[in-house]
Structure formats: C-alpha cells, structure tokens
Write a protein that binds this ligand. Structure first.
Ligand SMILES: C[S@@+](CC[C@H](N)C(=O)[O-])C[C@H]1O[C@@H](n2cnc3c(N)ncnc32)[C@H](O)[C@@H]1O
Length: 274
C-alpha cells in the first residue's frame, strides 16, 4: 500500500530502500530518509499518513542506535509531534517513548521463539531488558518469574507502565533498575535461563551470565557477527575462545536473527551451561 502511495513521488529503487528502513510502532512511523531524498521528506511523510490511517506521527531517524542506552536521534516530520505510543505484540501492550528508550518491532519472532522454549516454573534473568518486551511476552505465555534488568531509568519506568497494561500474565515480571554486571554479583547460581539482548556488547557480560546461571541453565547470547564468519559453523567457539568462563557450555542451537548492516548480521546462540 505504501509502495503504491509513493509510486508517483519516488522511483522503484527509492521505494524499495525506504520500505526496508521503515518501522511503525503503535501510531508512530519512523523512517530513514537518505540525503538525496531529504527535499521530499514532507511529501513522503504525508503519503505515509494518507495510506496508513493508524499513523498519527511521522519521525525521521537521524542517527544510528547509539550510547549506553541504545537510543537514536529522531526528528519530527509530520502529524502530531509526539514520541510516546502504545504498541501491541503477541496479545501484549507496551507503552514506549521511542526517543527515550530502545525499541524495535523487528524482534517479535525472536520473542515468540523464546516464549515457546520457556518451561513453567523457570527463574529467568533478562540482563538488558529495555521496557520489558521479551520479559512481558514470555510471562504472557508461561508461569515463570523474570527479573527484568536495565540501566536506563526511563526503560524501567516504561516497563512498569507496560506491566500495568497487561493484567493477565501467567508469569511475573520484576523490573529492576541496575547495571547487569552489578546485579549478577549478588545473584550467583540463581537462574534457569538468561537473556542477553545487547548484541553490540553482550560478550563483555557473558562471564556474569555464566556466574548467575544454574547448571543446565540456557543462555541466549545475542551478538553481531560478520556474515562471512557466520557461514563457518565454528563461529561461536571462535567468538568465545578468548573468554575465561567459570563453567563449561554446550551449544544447543544458533541462528540468524536479522541483518543489521552491510555484511553484518545479528545472530543468537543458545548455550547450555554444563
Ligand atoms: C538493544 S536494547 C534491548 C532492549 C530490549 N531487550 C528490547 O529488545 O526491546 C539494550 C538495552 O540494554 C540496556 N543496557 C545497556 N548497558 C546495560 C548494562 N550494563 N546493564 C543493564 N542494562 C544495560 C540499555 O539501556 C538498553 O535498554
């Protein structure tokens, strides 16, 4: 629909490029506009609003995801100037300010995959939980407990707000404002499952995840890998060989999550502590 709406304004390549870097979060559309199209940005935004009736705000992403809190610079382009919205996924609702916290709708399949792996009764640590997207989707489906840790105070505020919107969870979620490394110091050998959704830096924290895990726990290790390395099935052992881990591990599974740049992918390895 967007493609048809933009047909008179952009050529085929421009439309393809734009639609691959375009997210809708609740009633906010976020687009990446290449420099050569910047003179057409208002026109593009107006067409998006015309063709997608649920979009009330169009924002332009003007930086990469950056900094410790993994946020991005966003500029207002058209509609209501608003950065806060409610996003729905897997029958869960999330309140989010897209400027103040990290948020990506592109990980929904991965969140469902993890929810399907969890068994009732598990104690889970989400080390880089943001507003609790993984945590709440998992707790919606399974009777487990999740410690949902993040360092960004705004992320924890929105996690608490989001929890109020999801009254019928099977499990429980406890949002914790903390640094994941500090948190794990006081929670050794505690968890059955640990989620590490900070692909740029998760390797630095892997030793803390191992210390916090029980024997036979599963660690979901998200990481950015050059596409070329990923083709070789020993990429995980190579990636982890420099670390001095306190426990052994077995690789249960690994997969590509999504493309994150030219020749770079986000991958996940499910490691079982042994
Ligand atoms: C890529 S985001 C993922 C957020 C969430 N899991 C999601 O998928 O929406 C990574 C999160 O890690 C948090 N973070 C970064 N360093 C941290 C640390 N040392 N301890 C705890 N959280 C941290 C950031 O604030 C950010 O919310």
């Amino acid at each position: 629909m967007l493609k048809e709406a933009l047909a008179g304004i952009l050529d085929k390549d421009e439309i393809a490029h734009l639609s691959s870097s375009f997210d809708v979060i609740g009633d906010i559309a976020i687009i990446k506009i290449p420099n050569e199209l910047s003179t057409k940005q208002e026109l593009i935004a107006a067409q998006i609003q015309r063709s997608m009736k649920n979009v009330r705000t169009v924002l332009k992403q003007s930086s990469d995801v950056q900094g410790e809190y993994r946020t991005r610079d966003l500029e207002f382009v058209s509609g209501d100037e608003n950065y806060e919205t409610i996003y729905k996924e897997s029958a869960c609702l999330f309140k989010v300010n897209v400027k103040e916290v990290y948020f990506s709708p592109r990980l929904s399949t991965e969140r469902e995959r993890l929810a399907s792996l969890v068994r009732d009764g598990e104690q889970i640590l989400n080390m880089f939980a943001g507003i609790g997207t993984f945590s709440i989707v998992i707790a919606k489906h399974k009777e487990c407990h999740i410690e949902s840790v993040d360092k960004n105070p705004k992320a924890i505020e929105f996690a608490r707000e989001s929890l109020k919107l999801n009254k019928h969870l099977k499990g429980t979620v406890n949002p914790v404002l903390a640094d994941a490394a500090t948190y794990t110091e006081t929670h050794k050998n505690t968890f059955d499952r640990i989620i590490m959704p900070l692909p740029e830096r998760s390797k630095e924290f892997l030793k803390y995840a191992f210390e916090s895990s029980k024997i036979r726990a599963v660690i979901h290790y998200y990481v950015h890998v050059p596409e070329k390395e990923f083709e070789d099935e020993n990429w995980i052992e190579r990636d982890l060989s420099s670390l001095q881990l306190t426990k052994e591990y077995k690789i249960l599974n690994w997969k590509r999550v999504r493309e994150v740049g030219p020749r770079f992918i986000q991958a996940v390895a499910d490691l079982q502590v042994s």
